[in-house]
Design a protein around this ligand. Structure first.
Ligand SMILES: Cc1cc2nc3c(=O)[nH]c(=O)nc-3n(C[C@H](O)[C@H](O)[C@H](O)COP(=O)(O)O)c2cc1C
Length: 168
């Protein structure tokens, strides 16, 4: 896909179908993060891919006490950042945008789901994070719901017009 097309095509997807996503595709998405820039090349990110529907449902219930907080996606990628790095949130956000574009390039949809960070950063749930193999120095930034979209086209939401200045 042409880059300009990809920029337009990547939209937040909030409806997924239940077609399983090939593991190779999911790993390719995660691998794309490795190409992102990061302050002092610290690569502050760590990701946990969850493909287990029961666990996704449990996380959804913990989050909002609702089913389907991940819009029915059959995979999620939990996003973590190493807190004491230089610019860990920026690094991890950039890496996440790479994953969103790669997913789109592979015909997958994504949506950033923020709320999970309040669960995974809550000391009450530290065992859950440990069980996921995430070390203590990492905090959760959010998650990506990822799967095959159940919609053909998503409209581009309105963008603000006044967003830059040129100084000559
Ligand atoms: C940091 C961040 C947090 C977000 N959190 C959520 C969320 O919790 N739930 C959701 O449905 N969308 C979430 N989004 C998606 C935004 O709503 C979406 O990117 C925005 O409306 C623009 O739409 P677009 O992604 O289709 O261009 C989040 C996006 C970002 C960057």
């Amino acid at each position: 896909m042409e880059f300009d097309e990809l920029l337009k095509k990547r939209r937040s997807i909030r409806k997924f179908n239940d077609k399983p996503v090939e593991i190779e595709k999911l790993i390719k998405v995660i691998d794309s993060a490795q190409m992102a820039p990061s302050a002092m090349n610290q690569q502050s990110w760590y990701f946990v891919l969850v493909t287990n529907l029961a666990i996704i449902e449990d996380l959804s219930m913990l989050m909002e006490n609702v089913h389907n907080a991940f819009y029915g996606a059959n995979n999620i990628i939990l996003l973590f950042y190493k807190e004491d790095n230089f610019e860990p949130i920026v690094d991890t956000s950039l890496a996440t945008s790479y994953m969103m574009f790669e997913a789109c390039n592979l015909g997958l949809g994504t949506c950033w789901i923020n709320g999970i960070k309040h669960i995974l950063n809550n000391p009450k749930f530290h065992l859950l994070k440990e069980k996921m193999g995430v070390s203590k120095e990492y905090k959760c930034l959010g998650s990506l719901a990822i799967g095959y979209p159940d919609i053909k086209e998503v409209e581009i939401k309105p963008r603000k017009k006044d967003y830059f200045t040129i100084i000559k």
